[in-house]
Ligand binder design. Sequence first.
Ligand code: DGP
Length: 116
Amino acid sequence: MTEGDCLFCRIAAGDVPSDRVHEDDLVVAFRDISPVAPTHILLIPRRHIASAAELVEADGALIGRLVAVAGELARQEGIAEGGFRVVTNVGADAGQSVAHLHLHLLGGRRLSWPPG
Ligand code: DGP
């Protein structure tokens, strides 16, 4: 997979439209096209990383930014008090369908546990 083939790289570059809710030098966040909760936002690094399995210690600042922005967006969306979930799927068994690292920010309804 090269950047040119990657849907989320194209969204980060602005070549594919999305409902953006945040962008900075490292991270872009946009609403999921098929939401499964009242708030369903995807947070991605601008840099192409296939999944969380590829992260190394040197990516610590990037992960910190992704998680901090998730919390910021949860507050903005009004779901921080009630509770929310941040999750990333890795590989086929977890249901990862786009091979560019993304955090799902989910909230606005009661979320079951364990996940399916
Ligand atoms: P996952 O299954 O964990 O790889 O999540 C991929 C998510 O990406 C899934 O919830 C649907 C979302 N998605 C797929 N294509 C698009 C798109 O073109 N735009 C947006 N906004 N979301 C997309």
